[in-house]
Design a protein around this ligand. Structure first.
Ligand code: SF4
Length: 446
């Protein structure tokens, strides 16, 4: 059972030395109880206290990373059931599966296409995380050839899929120096796979038919000193997947049930209806997969999955922001207008995209409104005449323009009088309320 903040406090040195970055040991204890800091941040915990605190200090879901040269996909370390309670930390890795009975050129082409795919969403590049190579042939040589074909087209992390330890060993030989996930450990082969994991320092993906069997399997493997585990407890249709995913997360987070405190791997493509793959994957993103292996790479379905994942895994308490400053759109000239907005990403991209799409040149002045949208920032006192004037002066926009003309968002028309007082030599104009109306406004009114 997890310890409370007060119980943890009693085990700390209680000297309030502040070296952990917190003003008191009690403040540190509270953060530790909430699993927001690592115990290692306090250098003065005694070995006896460390043993007692280990349970409390460990996250309820183990962090497991799949690594390759320069890339990493990690899952786990989650501490809540619902995003609004705090946040979700590690986005589920999205992997594309290829089979070793396909021609090498086909594998290379699939992997190269998925590897090159990137979309920019509110200033963030979204991509798939890696590839899974499944042994369909059962032949170690075919397996290693397929992995080589993947590596010829991508350096991203790899999941090796086989229950045959000789096949897996052949695959690991190709991936020396990497930390792939080896998926295929079950109740029959676990001892050999546990030895292999210890020797090769790889993570294991476990397969079991029920949660009880999975809990038994993880305990057996942990007793061998292997802790980096990923679990596949079944649930291949929407209902079963939801029930199992939720039960695993609930047991881990609420009951601190360590035997199931591992990231879950899912295979939405394993169901008979391929049209359901994206729907199943969307559910897995929200409830509560750590790694998702798709059988098809299709930008039309991967794009919404990446965006959904990004939205679910942003901290609800920290809006996505862009850097405040002056952005040039369509090669503005000194006589071009200055448009003002806030640094909330979605607001910025709405305005920037509309103006860019119109082909009309403009200077876009992005003010620091702590990542809030226009109306929210105005209501919170983070987007007022004083702040706008400070941004105008701070970013020296007057030096770029010959005509001092600034356009306020229509939602904050009320600021125009005050802004005239702050910027007496500027012409203050009130623009439309919605970004979509900006092009027409710029054509007709500027
Ligand atoms: S570093 Fe340790 S002893 Fe010092 S304030 Fe933090 S918890 Fe207390």
């Amino acid at each position: 059972m997890a310890l409370t903040g007060i119980q943890i406090y009693k085990l700390l040195p209680q000297t309030n030395c502040k070296e952990c970055g917190f003003p008191t040991c009690l403040a540190f204890a509270m953060k530790l109880a909430a699993k927001q800091v690592e115990l290692s941040a306090c250098p003065y915990v005694t070995p006896e206290a460390k043993t007692q605190l280990a349970e409390s200090a460990a996250p309820p879901i183990r962090l497991v990373a799949i690594k390759s040269d320069g890339y990493e996909a990690k899952a786990g370390n989650e501490v809540v059931l619902f995003r609004h309670e705090k946040t979700f930390y590690n986005k589920p890795g999205i992997f594309i599966r290829v089979y070793d009975n396909l021609p090498a050129e086909t594998i290379k082409a699939t992997v190269a296409e998925a590897n090159a795919y990137a979309v920019n969403y509110v200033g963030i590049d979204l991509t798939v995380d890696g590839f899974a190579v499944a042994s369909a042939s059962g032949d170690p040589n075919a397996f290693s050839a397929a992995i080589q074909a993947v590596r010829a087209a991508s350096k991203r992390p790899i999941i090796l899929m086989s229950r045959d330890i000789n096949v897996v060993k052949a695959g690991l030989n190709v991936l020396k120096g990497e930390t792939p996930l080896v998926y295929g450990t079950d109740i029959k082969n676990w001892e050999g796979f546990a030895d292999l994991a210890k020797e090769s320092k790889v993570s294991l993906g476990l397969i079991a038919g029920t949660l009880a069997e999975m809990a038994e399997l993880t305990e057996k493997i942990k007793s061998k000193g292997v802790d980096d585990l990923v679990i596949d407890p079944g649930g291949r249709d929407l209902g079963a997947g939801l029930a199992i995913g939720t039960t695993v997360r609930r047991l881990a987070v609420k009951k601190n049930f360590r035997a199931l405190g591992f990231p879950v791997i899912t295979f939405p493509g394993d169901i008979s209806d391929p049209g359901m793959e994206a729907i199943q994957a969307a559910q897995a993103i929200t409830k509560y997969a750590g790694f998702i292996v798709l059988d098809h790479f299709n930008p039309a379905t991967v794009y919404p999955l990446l965006v959904l994942r990004q939205n679910i895994y942003t901290d609800p308490q920290k809006p996505i922001q862009v850097q405040p400053g002056v952005y040039e759109i369509n090669g503005p000239k000194p006589e071009s207008p200055v448009l003002v907005t806030t640094n909330f990403s979605i607001t910025y991209f709405s305005v920037a995209n509309e103006v860019e799409g119109s082909g009309l040149p403009a200077w876009l002045l992005v003010t620091d409104a702590e990542g809030m949208s226009v109306l929210t920032a105005w209501a919170a006192g983070k987007f007022d005449a004083e702040r706008i004037a400070k941004a105008v002066k701070g970013f020296n926009i007057a030096e770029k323009v010959s005509r001092k003309r600034i356009v306020l968002p229509g939602h904050v028309a009320v600021l125009s009088g005050e802004l005239e007082g702050e910027l007496p030599d500027w012409e203050i104009r009130v623009g439309p309320r919605e970004a979509v109306d900006l092009p027409a406004f710029m054509k007709q009114a500027l």
